[in-house]
Ligand binder design. Sequence first.
Ligand SMILES: [Mg+2]
Length: 188
Amino acid sequence: MRIALDFDGTIADAASAKVRYAKERWGIELTPATSMRPGALPLMGAERYEQMIRDVFGTQLSVEMDPMPGSIEALERLQRRHDLNIVTARFDHEGVFAGQWLAKHSIRVGSLTPTNRGAKVEHCVNLGAKVLFEDSVSELAHFDDHNHAIAMALLETPYNATEERASGWHVLPDWAAFEGLVERLSES
Ligand SMILES: [Mg+2]
């Protein structure tokens, strides 16, 4: 089965990388819940937020991100039976570091596509993906405006906990739940 996977916040722990960066560079105390733009801006301002994004996603710091809990183990199992494809909103030059991260953790993927901050829906449809696993509510919301048969899987995180979910989404607490979903989808 062809699977589309987001990278930051789904496979790699981008939130913790931002929390660490803000603390070390400016002594600013972010939490995972305040690590995304709406939560972080009141604490650090737009200029520092953009600097953090450039450095965390566009430098070697990116390769040093921790895995999300259970992601490596699940990907090792999934890659034996399925075609894994990374679809990330990163810019091209940032996507290179995501590729290095995956190589470092010995995860083989069929493709890695940076959308350069663009929506992922068209690419996932062209890919023929049966499911997309994502931590971004706004990204999944784009799909609801299109006709497609891709199953939408949202990883629950501290920063998306209060955002509204659409009724058809699979809202999943962890990677084990995603493996369960993949099993059900590949049987159907
Ligand atoms: Mg993400």
